[in-house]
Design a protein around this ligand. Structure first.
Ligand code: SF4
Ligand code: SF4
Length: 474
């Protein structure tokens, strides 16, 4: 019998490259996979040669506990071999909560009545200074969708305000942008404004669910939303970050949706997702979690993160502070390569937190620790927290980045950059305990750098940073 991939055309000439029936059939067919079939996929996964849709569906349907443990083990090995022990750090910056949409799951939906606001240039600079004081170098700029109150020119000005705010040694070196799907022309403007990654969550690939979640709104146009990255790529943005909001539809369907979307971009533009985010649905103002039948359990969540790591080894996996410290710690083992720390998900939230105030947030957070606390735990667990932003500033983006990543050459710069940015953090923002822990880790990790010339260079640069220089990178 022919397998589904040979018989169904999922990537037709039109833009609906996500074929709902195809995904459902894949999942149905995979339910009858035997233990031996699953083992074959696991053996293939170990070779890191990529998985077919059918393979991914089989792993998603696996229920056998021993085989699930093996999925974790393979994901952990892949993660270690590609990302080593580095974890990239970032924080979100919410600039506007005006929104014309009514997404059922979101605290910023139009029907929620609260005083909306967008930050002035000065307020953005205040927020950025607070983020810089926490040691952040990489931000994700977030805004609701409102063409009138939050037009593209406002976003461009906000980006400029962020990049131009320097505070002692604090500076934001990379801004990733998460704003609503827009036109090629607007994406060109974002590209010119020197954004890092353009992030957009599909929320759900399951069209009937998508339609229900986005009633009577601009965002309700599934196809326009789905093809946003095509327009971004057309405009020259080659780093795009996908994601879904896990909890809206069957998570197995969503993982296959993500994989097919990724492949569509790879096939058409030579590069797929730079990152995939894994937000799980949380309580927010005006949403009742009891009304969502697909809430994702911790076990299922771990499984889908691990399967994604196996299926797309070179794509960064992002986890936000929506997840608890324990869950984040666990998922770092199976695939997560980027985490946020010290986050606020309210507009002007960092200033308000300093003042002890509390406003409407987009959703509830579970990890409230400061970056210093997060870094202490990471270092105790032998991870290297990294504030590196080098690739984008060196022009290593899109397919250039991916070809370096796939040949493993990127590793020669990631660890050195992680160590140098960690040293910067220790010099400028840490307390005594973190400094000691961090310095010991840097010494240990320096010895592990294989190339002698690189090791010597990094050692020299660490000393230069201790003597006051900043922003040294490879
Ligand atoms: Fe608006 Fe985004 Fe919230 Fe939807 S998810 S209501 S578009 S802010
Ligand atoms: Fe990321 Fe590039 Fe820095 Fe490595 S060198 S951590 S890939 S920005």
């Amino acid at each position: 019998m022919k397998c589904l991939e040979e018989t169904i055309n999922y990537g037709g000439e039109d833009n609906m490259f996500i074929d709902q029936e195809y995904i459902e059939n894949l999942l149905d067919e995979a339910k009858s996979a035997t233990k031996e079939d699953i083992q074959k996929v696991l053996d293939k996964a170990k070779e890191k040669k990529g998985l077919s849709h059918r393979d991914i569906a089989i792993l998603l349907q696996t229920e056998d506990e021993e085989q699930i443990k093996e999925i974790y083990k393979i994901a952990g090995d892949i993660k270690k071999s590609i990302y080593g022990n580095r974890i990239v750090m970032f924080a979100p910056l919410y600039v506007s909560d005006y929104c014309v949409n009514n997404c059922v799951y979101c605290g910023y939906k139009k029907n929620n009545k609260f005083p909306r606001r967008k930050l002035t240039r000065e307020e953005i600079q205040q927020e950025v200074k607070i983020l810089e004081k926490m040691g952040h170098k990489r931000l994700a700029l977030e805004a609701g969708e409102d063409p009138e109150n939050c037009p593209i020119d406002y976003i461009l000005d906000a980006i400029d305000a962020v990049y131009s705010t320097q505070n002692d040694n604090g500076v934001i070196r990379r801004i990733n942008v998460n704003i609503a799907a827009t036109t090629v022309e607007n994406y060109r403007k974002l590209k010119e404004a020197k954004i890092g990654t353009y992030i957009l969550f599909q929320e759900t690939y399951h069209k009937p669910t998508y339609d229900r979640m986005h009633p009577n709104s601009i965002k309700g146009d599934y196809e326009y939303h789905l093809t946003a990255f095509d327009r971004a790529m057309e405009a020259g943005i080659d780093d795009v970050g996908g994601g879904v909001l896990f909890g809206l539809a069957d998570p197995k369907f969503e993982v296959l949706g993500l994989m097919i979307h990724n492949e569509h971009l790879e096939e058409k533009y030579g590069v797929g997702f730079h990152t995939i985010s894994f937000p799980r649905l949380r309580k927010a103002e005006g949403n009742d979690l009891n009304k969502f039948p697909y809430l994702v359990s911790d076990d299922m969540f771990k499984k889908i993160v691990a399967i994604t790591r196996i299926a797309v080894p070179f794509t960064g996996i992002i986890m936000s502070t929506r997840e608890s410290a324990e869950m984040r710690r666990e998922l770092l083992k199976y695939g997560v390569s980027q985490i946020s720390a010290g986050s606020s998900t309210g507009v002007g939230g960092y200033k308000e937190r300093e003042n002890g105030q509390k406003d409407v947030d987009q959703f509830e957070l579970a990890d409230h620790r400061t970056p210093i606390e997060v870094l202490k735990e990471l270092i105790s667990d032998k991870y290297i927290p990294s504030y590196c932003t080098a690739c984008y500033r060196k022009g290593r983006t899109g397919d250039r980045f991916m070809s370096l990543a796939k040949t493993g050459q990127i590793q020669n710069v990631c660890t050195p950059n992680a160590l140098m940015t960690l040293m910067e953090f220790l010099m400028d923002y840490s307390d005594e305990e973190l400094y000691e822990k961090g310095e010991a880790l840097i010494k240990e990790e320096l010895e592990k750098i294989e190339r002698e010339d690189v090791r010597n260079l990094v050692r020299k640069n660490i000393e230069r940073i201790k003597n006051g220089e900043r922003d040294l990178y490879l």
